[in-house]
Structure formats: structure tokens, C-alpha cells
Design a protein around this ligand. Structure first.
Ligand code: FRU
Length: 480
């Protein structure tokens, strides 16, 4: 029945009812992905923050717990945080307990523990809370077991100081501050929030690197909130960022759309996967978007990897999680190769599920200056995406995408570097009722943007300027 509700996504995670922001306490255990989230179960504005919880076996179909998993108490509302599996029972809450650390937000922001010894069905609060109290605003604890140092490691956002604090602990209860990272580095325009820290191999090399996620608000590349990250080394206590040839620490972005925030990863994911989910909105207008009983969806799950860019720097890619392939239904368009020129070629989007679909294609731009993909409906509402092979950028224009007037910050054009090895570009575009996620070159760049067409887009038009571009393997799949 929820599928009849306007703008309710068909294949993205949303709360059944009420307001949602950051994903929280994401952890994998015994075949189940746990996704908690900042939740107001009573209304569609940011208030009464507790943790909601959904679980899934495939990262696509979610079961929702109808009551909050962690509820506010005398220490305050329940702000963002993380969960980990305590395999060695180091905290004493039980072997293999899910241990959670979150921010208690009352008169100040302090860090508290909860645990679950029944696979997330119920959470108990630690009577010794809080476990960390600082003088200044600090939040969104993200903890993990470091197998090299044999210690729990915690990254905590020192929000107004624009830095991340790193602590260690043997038992998750007694924490020692080891270092601070970030003063003066990266984007400093907003508060620093929702950190994550993990190690990954660099594609095509024997090297591995650490990634520090640092969500910031405002200060994103297109205004408002966004996820920046740093690549570097971590010795168990200190994060040392990579520098470019001139000795600077470059600012890097995980997603080049306007609606990707508070992104962090699942703890304990199988097969060395680093699976992330982000909140698909922006603090500039999250409370104004024209959805009704619920507000906000999460991004599709993504797999983070590292690759070396043409400039020698290491970057993080975010590719669609493999589970998403199982969503592909029938290909309503299946074209081996076409030439696109100034006269647009048109393809129908699926008529089922309000046009929800996945569009796949490989572009060989040749000598063209721009290859344009337009999504449109009969009301003249449209989204224009353009690949510029000379600049090596892709843009996304939602200024005429439908309902845009609820906030002056909503109409926008976002632009991403394409990070291609050459001028060819492969695309996977996921369209749902109120969002578009563009994955380019196996996730080397992503653009996530909300859209609110008054009636679904029905047509994809392909065109190119100054010559003809080859479009290969064009497929438009329904969503099962
Ligand atoms: C990020 C954030 C967090 C905080 C939470 C409160 O979006 O501001 O820093 O814990 O939202 O809902």
C-alpha cells in the first residue's frame, strides 16, 4: 500500500512513517544487515530523535521494526552513532553482542553505550553512561576493532572545531584520547559530523590505504551538506593524510550530487566488503521536500573501492552493490549500438512502477563536444545530464525537473569529474520515484540528486553536439 504514496521510493529504504536523517549503527551479523537511522516516529520534522531499525538479508528488501530500537532518556535524544560485534566479549555484555555507541544529546553532547544480545530485537542501555564527556560539542562516535593494535578504535566528530578525535579502548567503556585530525584541512566551511575510518586495497596494486570519511554541513560543493574524505595512513593512533605534489591535502568528495550525506559503512560486512549507505537529502531543504507522511530515503547501497586517478592521487569509488543486479527486470530497450547526433533519439521509460528503472550505456564520444541525456515527461519537466569529454565532466541539471520551488536551494546544476581512463564513459543510472543516482565508470564518480516530477518521466532522449557519438549496450531495465 505504501507504493501508492506519492514520491515514496519503490526500491530505496525509507521509514514507514515520520522523519529520518542519518543512517546509524549499520552492522552485518549472521546473514542480516542491520540499518538503524535517526528517526522521529511521531512526525515528519526533525524532533524526538531516536533510532529506528530495519533489517535485510539482501540490502534491498527491508523489514521495519515499528517501535524505536533506542529511545531518548534522561541524558537526551539519541543522535547518530555506530555498532560493532563484540566477538571476544570485551565489554562484558555477552559474546557476539551488538554493541552500539551513540551521542546522547541533552544540554550537552556526550557519548553513551547500548547493547543487544538478541540480534537487534532489543537494546539495553549501559548503566554507566556516559562513557565520554568533553567540554565542547562532539558527536557521531564510530568505533571498530583494530586487529593490529588489538584495541577498539573510535573516531568522534569534534563538530565545531572541525576535526576528528581518535580514541582507543580495551573494553569500549574506558576511552583514551590519542590524536586529533583535520584542523585547517579539507573543507572547513561547516561542522564536521559522522566520521568513519577503514582500510582498503588500492585497485591494481599491492598497496592498501586508509579512508577517513568526514561529512560536513554546510560547505558541500553545491551548497549545504556533503561527504568529503581523506586518503592516508593510520598507525593505530594517528591518521596521516596523503599530500599532493605541492604538499597540500586535497579535498575529495564521495558524491557529486546535492543529496548524499551522513554516509558511513556497515561494520563486520562479509567478504571484506566496505558497503556504505547515505542519507539521500540535504540539510538545506530536507524538512521542506514535498513528501508527506515520511521524510527522506537512503541511497542505494554502494561498495567502496580505491583507485589511482590520472593525476597519481588515490580516490574512493562507490559502485552499486552487487545485490542491485537482482532488481533488474525486463529490458524495455536493448540496443547494441547507435549513433547520436544533433537530432535526439528517444526511448520510452518503463510504464510500470511510475517509470522506475535502471539505464545502462557505454558512450564513445568521438569528437563530439557534449553528449546529452534528457529525461522528460509530457508536462515539459526534465532532467538534463551532459557528458563533456573535453572537460572530462558530467553535469546534472534539475532546475526544470518538476516541483522545485519549496526551497531556493533546490534548483541546481551539479557537476562531477568523470575520472575516466580515456574518453569513453560507462553509466548506470538508477531512477526511482523521487531520486536519480548516476554511477559513472564503475563508481569512480557518483551523482545523487532528488527530483520531484509532478508526473513520472516517460522518455529518455540522447543527442550529441558537433559530430556523432556512439552509444553502445544501451539497456533500460524495469525494476522487479
Ligand atoms: C548529521 C547530524 C549528526 C547528528 C544527527 C542529529 O546529519 O547532524 O551530527 O548526530 O544529525 O540528528
Amino acid at each position: 500500500t505504501t507504493n501508492r504514496e506519492k514520491y515514496r521510493p519503490i526500491y530505496h529504504h525509507t521509514p514507514i512513517y515520520g522523519w529520518m536523517n542519518d543512517p546509524n549503527g549499520m552492522v552485518y551479523k549472521d546473514g542480516v544487515w542491520h540499518l538503524c537511522y535517526q528517526w522521529n516516529p511521531y512526525g515528519s520534522k526533525w524532533q524526538n530523535l531516536s533510532w529506528g531499525q530495519s533489517t535485510s538479508r539482501d540490502l534491498i528488501h527491508w523489514d521495519h521494526q515499528l517501535n524505536p530500537a533506542v529511545e531518548p532518556d534522561g541524558l537526551g535524544m539519541i543522535f547518530s552513532g555506530s555498532s560493532a560485534i563484540d566477538t571476544a566479549n570485551s565489554a562484558g555484555f555477552g559474546k557476539d553482542a551488538i554493541v552500539t555507541m551513540y551521542t546522547s544529546a541533552g544540554t550537552s553532547q556526550i557519548q553513551s553505550l547500548a547493547w543487544s544480545d538478541d540480534n537487534g530485537a532489543t537494546y539495553n542501555k549501559y548503566p554507566g553512561n556516559p562513557v565520554i564527556t568533553l567540554e565542547s560539542e562532539a558527536r557521531d562516535p564510530n568505533m571498530f576493532w583494530n586487529d593490529e593494535t588489538k584495541l577498539w578504535t573510535l573516531v568522534l566528530a569534534h563538530a565545531l572545531d572541525h576535526e576528528m578525535l581518535i580514541f582507543t579502548s580495551p573494553d569500549m567503556k574506558e576511552w583514551t584520547l590519542k590524536s586529533a585530525f583535520g584542523k585547517g584541512l579539507g573543507s572547513q566551511d561547516g561542522v564536521w559530523e559522522c566520521p568513519d575510518l577503514f582500510e582498503l586495497p588500492v585497485e591494481g596494486s599491492d598497496e592498501s590505504k586508509w579512508v577517513l570519511l568526514c561529512n560536513i554541513n554546510p560547505g558541500g560543493p553545491f551548497g549545504g551538506s556533503a561527504t568529503q574524505y581523506f586518503i592516508g595512513d593510520f598507525d593505530g593512533t594517528t591518521f596521516a593524510p596523503d599530500r599532493d605534489a605541492s604538499g597540500n591535502v586535497p579535498t575529495k568528495w564521495m558524491d557529486y550530487g546535492k543529496d548524499h550525506y551522513a554516509t558511513v559503512s556497515f561494520s563486520n560486512a562479509p567478504d571484506n566488503r566496505r558497503t556504505v549507505i547515505g542519507w539521500m537529502s540535504n540539510w538545506q531543504y530536507a524538512a521542506e521536500v514535498p513528501t508527506m507522511q515520511f521524510r527522506s530515503a537512503n541511497t542505494l547501497p554502494r561498495e567502496v573501492g580505491l583507485f589511482k586517478g590520472n593525476d597519481g592521487q588515490i580516490y574512493a569509488s562507490s559502485a552499486p552493490s552487487p545485490e542491485l543486479l537482482s532488481l533488474r527486470g525486463k529490458a524495455v530497450t536493448d540496443v547494441k549500438s547507435i549513433k547520436a547526433g544533433t537530432k535526439a533519439r528517444n526511448y520510452n521509460l518503463p510504464s510500470v512502477n511510475d517509470g522506475a528503472c535502471e539505464i545502462v550505456m557505454d558512450i564513445e564520444p568521438g569528437r563530439t563536444s557534449d553528449v546529452t541525456l534528457t529525461l522528460s515527461n509530457h508536462k515539459g519537466e526534465k532532467v538534463m545530464m551532459a557528458y563533456n569529454p573535453v572537460e572530462e565532466t558530467m553535469s546534472f541539471d534539475r532546475r526544470e525537473s518538476g516541483v522545485t520551488d519549496f526551497s531556493q536551494d533546490f534548483p541546481a546544476v551539479t557537476v562531477s569529474p568523470t575520472f575516466g581512463k580515456d574518453s569513453r564513459l560507462s553509466l548506470r543510472i538508477f531512477i526511482d520515484r523521487s531520486s536519480i543516482e548516476v554511477f559513472g565508470n564503475d563508481g569512480r564518480f557518483v551523482m545523487t540528486n532528488l527530483v520531484f516530477p509532478t508526473t513520472p518521466y516517460t522518455t529518455l532522449s540522447l543527442s550529441a553536439d558537433n559530430g556523432k557519438a556512439k552509444i553502445n549496450n544501451l539497456k533500460i531495465y524495469t525494476i522487479k
